[in-house]
Write a protein that binds this ligand. Structure first.
Ligand SMILES: *Cc1c(COP(=O)(O)O)cnc(C)c1O
Length: 385
């Protein structure tokens, strides 16, 4: 059996070998393995130094101060901490949150949980391009709006939010602005000062770092206080307790430094690969672009294949690793809530696949995918006749 072509980088990226090497130096007795909170010996100080150097590697590319970075177990936890931590700490100020229908589940489900705690959520419906407009946000704001949470890059569509304009509107309305940037690192410039971001969730494994580590950027400002969700020891200035996983953190730091150095070149190369795929499918007919490529990152491409079922197409493409975005319930297959959220008809949503490319994708990978797709579509459409 041949190795499948990996076109599911938006689900997770492989760890860059340079990152894996750095991580391996922080695990064993001959490496830097000690508890970074150990103050009584040199090995602890060395581990602390490794953590602080990684903190700078994560802070620098986003224009943050290292003291504004709080380590977490991933972007899911960062989203939970940002929304729940901020709203619980600011009950006196208000109880209203604004977000969108197509956020990652880490934001959607956290917002739903907050609704059961008595907070109120306004769910903005994006346009067909996968974006909420500043005017929509302006209309949703209320005097008691505490927080606006919108993602930088949508994980199913690749659509990019106009963060600077949205932040300006949020601030003019007296609200703080949180951004889930898990899909944006190495894909977009993310300067928190220039964009006006108050809180930003980051993930290691969407940017060639390891799974199980992430961070929340928290602007240092007297108005921005978070209630901790995880208690025990007061690590990370009381915002997130727990022994810091040195090797994970070093890996994320190295990955973010590489993203800053190589992200732009990666994206230029990847844009050509995406165009190669589109050109290769040209003339097939019945292919609908769910991704509006004019306002999206080049590494994510969501396509609908008229007249076929996405799950069957996925089955027919055994040699290509990609995803439909739909969730299988026991009873039925439900279309992706993101595709539903941009108003795509149910049949098209159920006929959609997400292609996502990355640092290690080659032209040969794309060519294999084109051949496999042409073959699979031909077979499925012939059956349907
Ligand atoms: C993957 C992802 C997350 C979750 O990140 P983890 O580090 O896996 O917890 C959150 N938001 C978006 C947009 C993502 O793509």
């Amino acid at each position: 059996m041949t190795t499948p072509v990996y076109l599911d980088y938006a689900a997770t990226t492989p760890v860059d070998p340079r990152v894996a090497e750095a991580m391996a130096r922080h695990l064993t007795l001959d490496g830097i393995f000690a508890n970074p909170a150990s103050r009584s010996h040199m090995l602890g100080w060395q581990a602390e130094q490794a953590v602080e150097s990684a903190r700078r590697q994560v802070a620098d590319p986003i224009g943050a101060d290292p003291r504004e970075i709080v380590w977490t177990s991933g972007a899911t936890e960062a989203d939970n901490l940002a929304l729940t931590g901020l709203l619980r700490a600011n009950r006196a100020r208000g109880r209203h949150l604004v977000t969108s229908l197509i956020e990652h589940k880490a934001v959607v489900d956290t917002a739903k949980a907050l609704e059961t705690e008595g907070f109120e959520v306004t769910w903005l419906a994006p346009g067909r391009d996968g974006r909420v407009t500043p005017d929509q946000l302006r209309e949703a704001l209320r005097p008691d709006t505490v927080l606006v949470s919108l993602m930088a890059v949508n994980n199913e569509l690749g659509s990019i939010h106009d963060l600077a304009s949205l932040a300006e509107v949020a601030h003019a309305g007296g609200a703080l602005f949180h951004v889930d940037a898990a899909q944006a690192v190495g894909r977009l410039p993310l300067d928190v000062e220039r964009l006006g971001i108050d809180l930003m969730s980051l993930s290691g494994h969407k940017a060639y770092g390891p799974k199980g580590v992430g961070a929340l950027y928290v602007r240092r400002h007297p108005d921005i206080r978070l209630e901790a969700l995880i208690h025990g020891g007061g690590h990370e200035r009381g915002m997130r307790s727990g022994t810091l996983p040195t090797h994970q953190i070093v890996g994320m730091g190295e990955a973010f430094a590489l993203a800053a150095a190589e992200g732009e070149a990666d994206q230029t190369r990847i844009a050509a690969l995406r165009d190669r795929l589109l050109a290769g499918l040209d003339g097939l007919g019945g292919i609908h672009r769910n991704t509006d490529t004019a306002v999206s990152v080049p590494n994510i491409l969501n396509l609908a294949f008229e007249g076929v079922d996405g799950e069957s197409l996925l089955m027919a493409l055994r040699d290509i690793a990609l995803s439909t975005g739909s969730a299988c319930n026991s009873a039925s297959v439900e279309p992706s809530y993101v595709l539903k959220g941009i108003g795509l008809p149910r049949t098209l949503a159920l006929a959609s696949l997400r292609f996502s490319f990355g640092r290690f994708t080659t032209e040969a990978d794309i060519d294999r995918a084109i051949t496999a797709l042409r073959h699979a579509l031909d077979g499925l459409r012939r059956q349907a006749i």
